[in-house]
Design a protein around this ligand. Structure first.
Ligand code: ATP
Length: 542
């Protein structure tokens, strides 16, 4: 309606009122005279009776008018949603002309600051679906708004729905900036555990699954190619269990890869030792240094091969994926105060940065875990290189920033890890590809992990037996035939045609032939070779 037409209506109403008033005055005078004559009252009494009758009539007219108005108004206004957040519905609907407004969402979004006070979400642009876990709203924002506006205000929006930020899961659309899917959970996330996925579900996942989302769907990353992962969280929050789940999924998703494990907790990753090329249970920074040397040598070798391929105009070489997994990484960057230790730690920083930054192109991915995501725990130049981040419960924003990245809280729809319930282990914020997801890591039964490891081991052995025999694979075959895990140098040497009268010369020649230093038997007395060391060397040499 325009301003001009409103003014004309008002004038017309004024004339009508004036005419009505004159008519009423004339009628009133006549009625008064009639009352006075009929009832024989004084003028005062007649006036009082007339006013009383008029007031009663006026009230009756007002009552009828308001009822008719309310009836007509109900017919033209949309029904107020009962499934939306609480709020001032009338304020949201206001006198907005045009299509009906979704009062609940409009109130929640405008009060939370995600849309302007004059903007509305139209009823026709909203669909509401009841799921087992909660209510799913799919809606289109007003044209001047994007899903980012909603993402930045999820805390206040949750409050308008009477829940917490963790009860909300927001998804955006690839087709429209204005399209938003907002799931409002009816219970706190992960109040009930979801069953661990089956082998088939893991194999069918497009990428590497890392956990369940709040609805029980598998979530993870599309690939670990050119990517490394940093996992932070306070002690006993479930980091090791979560990473054990990731390794199990990697074994299923990738089938075969070279695994290097540095078990700073001494028994956190032991279940995967059999399939690892190198497994070390240690918290000594020098051990990290030695593993970094080995891996950086592989990086250099792969870069040389890539250069050669380019120079010779050949297709880029395809490398076997390599994963380097470190549990409790922070310990390896702490010196004991001595000069030697300080130098080792300094070198570890440089070597780690080189590995994490360079290794991506050459297919070597690093997964680092730390229970101390404090500023000095993992050097900045190292942690900046991680593409994927997982943060379990931490108490402060500062530590969350170390794990998730300094600018994490400026991203769309961030989730503060301090809000996670520390009593539910394995809950984590996964930040990958610029978006956050609340997940809970898998908790696989031991038997499932053992079966997966054994399958991969069997596959590795069959691959070893397919390649042309080398002294190493021959030694492995001999040990398999004998059914032994350990073989003394004196027994193995003649079988590999290393004969010498002096045991020490024979031992040196055998070690050189195999490319592996000898170890000692379980009692630490007899020199010889363990099957695990030989198969690790055989895998690494492929
Ligand atoms: N997803 C899960 N479901 C159920 N229990 C879990 C889950 N994840 C971890 N836990 C349990 O929580 C406890 C701590 O787990 P874990 O050792 O993995 O934590 P952590 O963060 O690595 O601990 P720390 O840093 O102290 O070594 C263990 O008892 C584990 O069984």
């Amino acid at each position: 309606m325009t301003k001009k037409s409103t003014q004309a209506d008002a004038e017309e109403e004024l004339y009508a009122q004036a005419a009505g008033a004159i008519g009423v005055l004339c009628i009133a005078a006549g009625i008064l005279a009639a009352i006075k004559d009929k009832l024989g009252l004084s003028w005062g009494g007649a006036v009082a009776v007339a006013i009383g009758a008029l007031v009663a009539l006026g009230y009756a007219a007002w009552w009828i008018r308001t009822r008719i108005h309310a009836y007509l108004h109900r017919k033209t206004q949309p029904a107020v949603r009962q499934d939306g957040p609480a709020g001032d519905v009338t304020a949201a609907q206001g006198d907005v002309p045009g299509p009906p407004v979704h009062a609940g969402l409009t109130t929640a979004l405008s009060r939370a600051g995600a849309i302007g006070k004059e903007e509305v979400v139209l009823d026709e642009d909203v669909t509401v679906k009841q799921l087992d876990v909660g209510t799913l709203y799919k809606f289109l924002l007003p044209p001047s708004r994007t899903s980012e506006d909603v993402g930045k205000h999820l805390g206040p929006i949750a409050s308008m729905f009477g829940v917490t930020r963790l009860h909300l899961k927001m998804e955006t659309s690839r087709k429209s900036e204005r399209q938003v899917r907002l799931l409002v959970l009816k219970e706190p996330p992960f109040s009930r555990p979801f069953p661990a996925p089956t082998r088939q579900e893991i194999a069918d996942f497009a990428g590497v699954p890392m956990g369940h989302d709040v609805t029980g769907k598998l979530v993870g990353v599309p690939t670990f190619d050119k990517a490394s992962l940093l996992v932070g969280g306070m002690t006993q929050t479930g980091k090791t269990t979560l990473v054990n789940g990731i390794i199990t999924c990697l074994l299923i998703a990738y089938g075969d890869f070279d695994l290097y494990l540095l078990d700073g907790k001494l028994c956190g990753l032991t279940e995967f030792q059999k399939v690892a090329v190198r497994y070390e249970a240690s918290d000594d920074p020098a051990v990290l240094g030695s593993m970094l040397d080995e891996l950086n040598a592989r990086v250099d070798d792969r870069y040389t091969k890539m250069q050669e391929a380019k120079r010779n105009r050949q297709p880029a070489p395809v490398f076997k994926p390599v994963f380097f997994i470190i549990d409790e990484a922070a310990d390896f960057y702490v010196d004991n105060g001595s000069k030697d230790s300080q130098e080792t730690v300094r070198q570890n920083e440089d070597k780690s940065r080189k590995l994490v930054s360079k290794s991506l192109e050459s297919g070597i991915s690093t997964i680092m875990m730390t229970q101390r995501p404090s500023n000095d725990a993992i050097p900045v130049k190292v942690r900046d290189q991680f593409l994927y981040r997982l943060c379990l419960y931490v108490a402060a924003k500062g530590t969350a920033k170390v794990a998730l990245g300094d600018s994490y809280f400026e991203t769309v729809a961030p989730i503060h890890p301090a809000l996670l319930d520390p009593k539910i282990p394995g809950q984590a914020v996964l930040f990958a590809g610029g978006s956050s997801a609340l997940i809970r890591g898998f908790w696989f039964a031991d038997e499932f992990i053992w079966r997966t490891v054994d399958e991969v081991l069997a596959k590795q052995h069959s691959v070893i037996s397919e390649v042309p025999e080398t002294p190493l694979t021959r030694a492995l075959r001999i040990m398999e035939e004998k059914g032994v895990e350990f073989i003394p140098t004196a027994d193995l040497a003649p079988l590999l045609d290393v004969t010498d009268t002096s045991p020490s010369v024979q031992g040196k020649r055998l070690s050189k032939l195999l490319g592996v230093p000898p170890g000692k038997d379980e009692k630490g007395v007899v020199r010889g070779y363990w099957v695990n060391d030989l198969s690790a060397a055989a895998k690494a040499s492929r």
